[in-house]
Design a binder for this molecule. Sequence first.
Ligand SMILES: NC(=O)c1ccc[n+]([C@@H]2O[C@H](COP(=O)([O-])OP(=O)(O)OC[C@H]3O[C@@H](n4cnc5c(N)ncnc54)[C@H](O)[C@@H]3O)[C@@H](O)[C@H]2O)c1
Length: 467
Amino acid sequence: MSQPVSSGHGDQYSAVLRDRLAARTARVGVVGLGYVGLPLAVEFARAGFETTGIDLDQRKIDAVNHGTSYIPDVPTSEVAKFVAAGTLNATADFGVVAELDTINICVPTPLRKTKDPDMSYIVSAVEQIAKRLHPGMLGVLESTTYPGTTEELEQPMLEANGLRAGVDFFLAFSPERVDPGNPTFNTHNVPKVVGGVGALSTELASMLYLTAIETIVPVSSPQAAEMVKLLENTFRMVNIGLVNEIALMCDRLGLDVWEVVKAAATKPFGFMPFYPGPGLGGHCIPIDPFYLSWKAKQTGFDPRFIELAGQINGSMPQFVVEKITDALNRHQKSINGSTVLVLGVAYKREIDDMRESPALDVMALLHQKGATVRYADPYVPAIAARAWHGGFDMQTEALTADALADADCVAILTEHRAVDYDMVLKSSRLIVDTRNAIAGKHPHVFKIGAPAPVMVLARNPGQKAMA
Ligand SMILES: NC(=O)c1ccc[n+]([C@@H]2O[C@H](COP(=O)([O-])OP(=O)(O)OC[C@H]3O[C@@H](n4cnc5c(N)ncnc54)[C@H](O)[C@@H]3O)[C@@H](O)[C@H]2O)c1
């Protein structure tokens, strides 16, 4: 889409917004107060803006207005401080958009079952904003999406009432790069890529972010900014797929992938370590690349890396279950009737997020094969029946020596640091470790991508050790 040239109106509106941003008198809004939106709203409040969060979930609105955080990376004390100071509030009423100078959209972008983008959350939020869009307003989409969303989908909806993007109002895309649970990098210090519809949109969106974020990286268009995010997440997905395939090969070759990756990572240039695991999880890496692949297919392009990495990563839960089956077999147990304690179910360590977690697939496969499945995760108190294919509600076990000893097999799927792995090692009868959480080699610890431990068959203690 062509970039509009600034007109007199654009200059006039941009000057007003520039002044309000500089003076912190602009009223800013964030739609979607989840893992991305709440930290962003808190940063805007910290910058001194009166910030309003809009969400459909009344529990989140109540929590914010009571000064409570429900996102682990955002301390409750911060939310409480800004709510008390009157710089942060939340509402379900989109009517407030009429009073806002800026609005950032941070709503979900999941995949449909067919692996097509589900744009319904963006469309619904933009419909509400379009009704209240007023001249001089700045809108920034942050939800991860396919290249073209801002200009092909959002812009026409916002322009339906006659206002023009880049002239009468300002429109940009800026991908969110938050890494939940990362103690070093947060919303404030991760550089922010910004691509606007026209130069004024890019400038104003950059100015808004610079009040709250250390480094801004402007790019030439919203589409370029959308593609940046998909390159980043596709890069991770494909490299995780590659190292998972290397792990499958190591498994066959009798090599230890963990040793191999650790040694390769000593190369000071041209290599970046990725680690194998039970599969991909979270709201981003398993999903976002399929937004790109969907868009590429519209142009007749066949995106092979994404599909292949998706297949390999998607096969990992099955591989883990085979590993558990094999480990139990070596202990003369069948999976049918064995108790498997899954240790760590969140999709990655130090967080409570269960979205797309491969643990759900592993548990469902174990359940289908007749295992009694239990789990322990300090971050996930319960799993609802509807969240997995086991069909019943589950509660976490307290991770005690007794709970570990009771299980025929302990399967480590997420390596939370809070877990006492010495106790796990000492108390468990059999361990399948998919994360290399247990250091070293032990006769009762099986790892993915590594040779089975040397063990003596229990039935015949006099028999020779086998590998
Ligand atoms: N979670 C991450 O680590 C991460 C990182 C980078 C990018 N992203 C992207 O950011 C976007 C948001 O992700 P998230 O993890 O914050 O999601 P989330 O589910 O934690 O939060 C989304 C929020 O939007 C609200 N919502 C949904 N529809 C709405 C509507 N029409 N109006 C108002 N509120 C609405 C939901 O109630 C929810 O509170 C997604 O596109 C995601 O891919 C997420």
